[in-house]
Design a protein around this ligand. Sequence first.
Ligand code: GDP
Ligand code: ZN
Length: 462
Amino acid sequence: MLDFDTIAAISTPMGEGAIAIVRLSGDEAFTIANAIFKSPGNKNLLDVPSHTIHYGHIVDPKTDETIEEVMMSVMKGPRTFTREDIVEINCHGGIVSVNRVLQLVLANGARLAEPGEFTKRAFLNGRIDLSQAEAVMDLIRAKTDKAMNVAINQMEGRLSNLIRKLRQEILETLAHVEVNIDYPEYDDVEEMTHSILIEKATKVRDEIAQLLQTSQQGKILREGLATVIVGRPNVGKSSLLNSLVQDTKAIVTDIPGTTRDVIEEYVNVRGVPLRLVDTAGIRETEDIVERIGVERSRQYLKEADLILLVLNFHDDFTEEDERLFEAVKGMDYIVIVNKTDLPQKINLEKVTELAEGHPVVTTSLLREEGIDQLEEAIAALFFEGSVESQDLTYVSNTRHIALLTQAQSSIDEAISGIESGIPIDIVQIDLTRTWELLGEVIGESVHESLIDQLFSQFCLGK
Ligand code: GDP
Ligand code: ZN
């Protein structure tokens, strides 16, 4: 194990929940915790069995002041998340007393953890690989159960196992190349090698391609389906937004960001996280075009994964409506004809025709009717009617997608190289490159600064 100092941080979200945890990790974790802990039976935390919990009080050893009533979880490495000794101080008080506990821990020899440092240690101590570490980060930020499942699968090492298997296959393929280089005089060997090479390389290629195919869905589960609501003034855009937010509970997000001129609101529609864009525009000025200008709103339309186009059931279909249909042509959209509680004026046949097969849902947001059908249409669009396979290993991480794309093109080059009969040692270079790129996904052969950068994205205390 590597030699680290003892770090500490509050490892529960600020201000949320009744219990807050101060977590310590490192060689001195037990000693530091013991110095500030008083239990009814005067327990010594250095002597208690591993993975046990102890009731007591946090007391400032300098002033004898009691600071907090706590439960201490004592976990001896290496059977811990970081593989180091870990103490978790479960505090019941509010944020003020939790902070005081943390200050006391720091005053007694711990160092404040950097963001992501616990996970980084787990990685550096060999407890998890890089793709698993990234999954921890995704898990913290997961917005729906499905997104969480993706992260959990990845954390459990499914992606890593698949990547390892592919790397193994490439190594075997490289072994065949070696044979060819070592015994070029044997025609037989070359013949055989040639076809085996193509077969093996193609198999790896196909598996990479298959993984990449999941990336669109995986990315959406992770980042949310960028959704924009458009429609003429007064058709019910704000009402739609409000009913989606109410019906599904808005998802609170802690993604550090990119301050934009629009607010993004997350809602969970049957496991599909929608990232509702431009909600500020809809709420405050009724008109995103008015608020951020025609050009900008076009841009948002272009970046959208899903458009909710709202029409008025109780109004004629206007030229402006028609222009909206033109603007969303070629994109994924759902038409919502709202205000069915009022007498019909709109020509629904015309709407259906213009929608060209895209779903058309009628609603009365006033009476809360049709929202189920709308949610169904959204979920169906995302899962494309296919039963979602629990076993699917999704790739959702942008870094992984980039690496896999590169790996795919380098193995493509290897394959076309073999086919066109270029010198085998050049094929070998492409195969080795593929092997390296796959290794980067799981953190083998990654550059140290990349590691620092990745872990600094984590929330504090993770
Ligand atoms: P926006 O301008 O497109 O954002 O439309 P709003 O959501 O602000 O709604 C405009 C008006 O239509 C408000 O007075 C709403 O209460 C009303 N409204 C929204 N949905 C319905 C509906 O289904 N039926 C009726 N009768 N009125 C609705
Ligand atoms: Zn409105």
